[in-house]
Design a protein around this ligand. Structure first.
Ligand code: ZN
Length: 307
């Protein structure tokens, strides 16, 4: 019996080592490993992954995560070379001493404040429960901006953190009264008939920042040429990402219905993805004013625009 068990354990160990061997052979030195979440906010990086190999032979290995915390963990421990990530999370990591740079925006605009059908204005949100994906997010900032239009603050609502996928059903069941989160989960709430758009992000915050393409200092320092070609190609992929192409890429990676994507993709664009000092400084001011963080990294330390 003992012998049989040790034979099984040995074969399991061999299988595990064969699997890990296979993995390391699969990613060669030319590969750029990029972490993402399956949301429309990551479409520029998903589009680029397809184009880059055709154009330059450089391969992008896309690593999908189910939550921001798992993705951040991989990014902060150099298990990936970069990520499309909520910029506030990357700013927080930078403040904590993690070596990374924001090299481009993930997208422009593309967020909405979704509320239940019985809410008619921002003032009606007083005393209600509102979901955001993470305290460190532009969704939190947009909620603060929305409340400010009615003279309210974050203290006037009950804020809850929920996984994006749970928000549309939580709104439909009345567990929450509104939410703001990466797309297409806002569009999903609209498509379900659970709620409506109270504000789009550009009505509250012109040229808002949300997700950023972030690369690790390790990758930039060890492979500067790869980093340069990756970022250049990423920005041109964004410029080429019109509604039709965005939908094709989204259908391939996001497994969402046509209706949800058609609603969601109206709200977002991917052209001109440079992070300017002006827009970054506005973000940094909001992060401090709304209490997401007491301090923020300086533009010069955090943003790399000179590829
Ligand atoms: Zn975003």
């Amino acid at each position: 019996m003992k012998k049989k068990l040790s034979a099984i354990l040995l074969s399991l160990a061999l299988a595990a080592s064969a699997a890990s061997c296979g993995k390391s052979e699969g990613s060669d030195e030319n590969t750029v490993k990029i972490a993402y979440l399956p949301i429309t906010h990551s479409l520029a990086v998903l589009e680029e992954a397809e184009e880059l190999e055709k154009q330059s032979g450089q391969k992008v290995e896309l690593v999908k995560y189910g939550s921001w915390s798992e993705l951040l963990d991989a990014l902060n421990s150099n298990r990936v070379d970069g990520a499309s990530v909520l910029i506030e999370l990357a700013m927080k990591s930078k403040q904590e001493g993690i070596g990374l740079k924001a090299v481009a925006l993930g997208h422009r605009d593309g967020n909405v404040i979704i509320v239940s059908n019985d809410i008619g204005s921002a003032a009606d949100l007083k005393g209600k429960t509102f979901a955001i994906p993470h305290r460190q997010s532009s969704h939190n900032i947009l909620l603060n901006d929305a409340l400010a239009t009615a003279g309210l603050t974050i203290d006037d609502v009950n804020v809850t953190e929920l996984a994006p996928t749970e928000m549309p059903s939580a709104l439909a069941s009345g567990q929450i009264d509104g939410y703001c989160v990466a797309e297409p989960f806002g569009a999903m709430g609209v498509s379900l008939g659970a709620g409506k758009v109270l504000f789009s992000s550009e009505e509250l915050w012109e040229d808002s920042l949300c997700c950023g393409l972030v690369l690790t200092d390790k990758f930039i320092e060890e492979r500067p040429d790869d980093a340069k070609s990756f970022v250049t190609s990423y920005k041109s992929a964004g410029n080429a990402l019109d509604k039709e192409t965005a939908k094709e890429v989204a259908k391939k990676y996001l497994s969402q219905s046509d209706e949800v994507l058609d609603i969601s993709l109206q709200w977002i664009s991917y052209n001109d993805l440079d992070i300017t000092k002006e827009t970054y400084d506005t973000l940094a001011e909001k992060v401090k004013a709304y209490g997401l963080s007491d301090d923020t990294p300086a533009y010069e330390d955090f943003v790399k625009n000179d590829f």
